[in-house]
Design a protein around this ligand. Structure first.
Ligand code: BGC
Length: 540
């Protein structure tokens, strides 16, 4: 076992060290050897070692990412895996904006339609409608998908009698688009498992406008299409007094946006449909594509390769698959399956579900890590859902360890990507707004990311994780959780108190009954004695 661990660690060292240049073939041979040895005898340590990335490896990755960002700005996807897409958003809001708008948001799995009323100095008034996108819309024809969105928008407006107001609509569309203007954006590819046909290569604003026209019930003007990371940055700036240096999403997918000087956006501005006269523009990095041309082999494990090869879009958005929630659960499942096959966990007896693809959703990881380490209630429930009937206490600890290691690697990679952009922005004090389900619901992700970003930032730079809605709502949720826990604790204490009162009363009643019976017996015996005495006197 130690030999395997040592070999795995050595392999990691080789992989990490830019100073040790290995010829590619040898590296493949060594990996094969490591794989063979691991297959002969694997341990939790050896498997977990594959997921541990040193700061040297992370810095190496940052340097490769930064090169790709330069090439993306210069020549786009032809020369880089990080597209660096122009957003045509020239500045951040400063809080003086006003008006009535519709914001629509098609994200990983949800559609949100929101009415926003903004007045300077007043809290923003919003009304919204959220729905989960049906599978048929995400995986059928593009027409079906956009008809669904147009119908949701029309229903929302009609319900509020706003159908004829021709309100401006901002469409947050969380997929990579090549923009040639604020309201013209060609879909480059689907990510996050969406496969709707007939959309790639088409103008998304046009697809939406056509669907609204087909629906025919409302009048609106689509004024802008933005990526969700641009939306995060804009929202953070609106709430944080005009300042935000990086907008990041770590949800079903991952990505980031930042403000770039227009003179550097060579490729993006070359095909602009209108002259762009502003000094700066928000760039949608699309960092999720990093690794798509095998330029980051040193961070992929065998599990990542399996997940990628079985995904809806193999070879596409590689970093997305390593960091974000779309694949994290499946990675954990693959590791558990292998540990189980090697009898490291569950005594080698897993379950049919544990060996079935996509049965371990990423939310399980957050639930397991939220567990109270006394009762392991969530972990036990999840074992039940997976059909694992027999497991020991140490199995639960191993499961927790796998969840920590896989999700910590994801946090480290996200931190490296964030630090890479911040080192380029290079302001002494920077504000990062982070949002997304994977980041928000995991109990330690925020802490791990912040800690690692600080380690990887160039000297003299500092960062503050955002003050924005994401954080505010997380804090609120934490408070709510603490309040619920406190209520549960008080309820338990009250139940215990009532049990004790009931027990004391029962004891008292039993004592009284015992006393009554003793008294009765005593009186009975006394009576018998008196009767005997009377009889004795008579006999005498
Ligand atoms: C998409 C990005 C998006 C990110 C977060 C990725 O899969 O390519 O456009 O910003 O997910 O939603």
């Amino acid at each position: 076992m130690f030999a395997t661990l040592e070999l795995a660690c050595k392999y990691r060292d080789w992989r990490d060290g830019p100073s040790v240049q290995r010829p590619k073939k040898k590296s493949t041979d060594l990996q094969k050897l490591a794989d063979q040895l691991n297959d002969e005898s694997i341990s939790l340590e050896s498997v977990m070692a594959e997921f541990k990335l040193s700061n040297t490896t992370l810095r190496r990755m940052m340097s490769h990412m930064s090169d790709n960002m330069d090439r993306g700005l210069e020549k786009g996807l032809a020369k880089s895996t990080i597209a660096m897409l122009p957003s045509f958003v020239p500045e951040l809001p400063n809080g003086t904006e006003r008006g009535k708008y519709i914001a629509m948001d098609l994200g990983g799995t949800n559609l949100r339609v929101m009415l926003m009323e903004i007045e300077p100095g007043e809290p923003m008034r919003t009304k919204q409608f959220n729905t989960r996108m049906p599978n048929a819309a995400m995986h059928g024809s593009g027409t079906k998908l956009f008809d669904y969105i147009a119908k949701a928008l029309a229903d929302f407006l009609i319900e509020r009698e706003l159908q004829d107001e021709n309100l401006p609509v901002g469409f947050t569309f969380s997929y990579p688009c090549d923009q040639t203007g604020l309201r013209s954006a060609t879909l480059l590819r689907w990510t996050k498992g969406v496969t709707a046909t007939g959309c790639v290569g088409k103008d998304v604003v046009k697809l939406l406008e056509d669907a609204i026209e087909r629906d025919g019930r409302v009048k609106v003007s689509i004024v802008a299409l933005i990526n969700d990371t641009v939306g995060t940055m804009v929202a953070a700036a609106y709430e944080g007094g005009g300042k935000c240096d990086l907008g990041v999403i770590i949800g079903t997918g991952t990505n980031a946006s930042y403000m770039e000087s227009s003179k550097n956006i060579k490729h993006g501005l070359a095909s602009a449909t209108e002259e762009y006269l502003h000094k700066e523009m928000i760039i949608d990095t699309e960092w999720g594509g990093f690794g798509d041309r095998n330029e980051a082999e040193y961070i992929f494990t065998r599990y990542d390769k399996i997940v990628d090869s079985k995904s809806d879009h193999p070879g596409v958005n590689s970093l997305d698959k390593l960091i974000a929630g779309m694949c994290m659960g499946e990675l954990v499942r693959l590791v558990l399956e292998r540990l189980c096959e090697n009898k490291v966990i569950f005594n080698g007896q897993g379950s049919k579900l544990l060996s079935t693809r996509n049965t371990f959703p990423t939310k399980y990881i957050s639930e397991i890590l939220h567990d109270d380490c006394g009762s392991y209630l969530n972990t036990r429930l999840i074992m039940g859902e997976l059909g694992i009937e027999e497991f020991s206490f140490s199995d639960m600890l191993l499961l927790r360890e796998v969840c920590i290691t896989v999700s910590r690697r994801s946090a480290n990679l996200a931190a490296a990507a964030i630090a890479c952009v911040l080192n380029r922005v290079a302001k002494p004090y920077m504000l990062v707004a982070i949002d997304g389900s994977t980041y928000k619901y995991h109990p330690f992700f925020n802490h791990w990311v912040t800690e690692k970003v600080r380690e990887l930032l160039n000297p003299g730079l500092d960062v503050r994780a955002a003050l924005i809605a994401a954080i505010v709502s997380r804090v609120k949720r934490d408070e709510e959780k603490r309040r619920k826990e406190e209520e549960a604790r008080l309820k338990k204490a009250e139940e215990q108190r009532q049990r004790e009162v009931a027990e004391r009363e029962a004891d008292k009643r039993a004592d009284e009954e015992r006393a009554r019976k003793t008294d009765e017996l005593f009186r009975y015996q006394l009576q018998r004695k008196q009767e005997d005495e009377v009889l004795n006197i008579r006999d005498d």
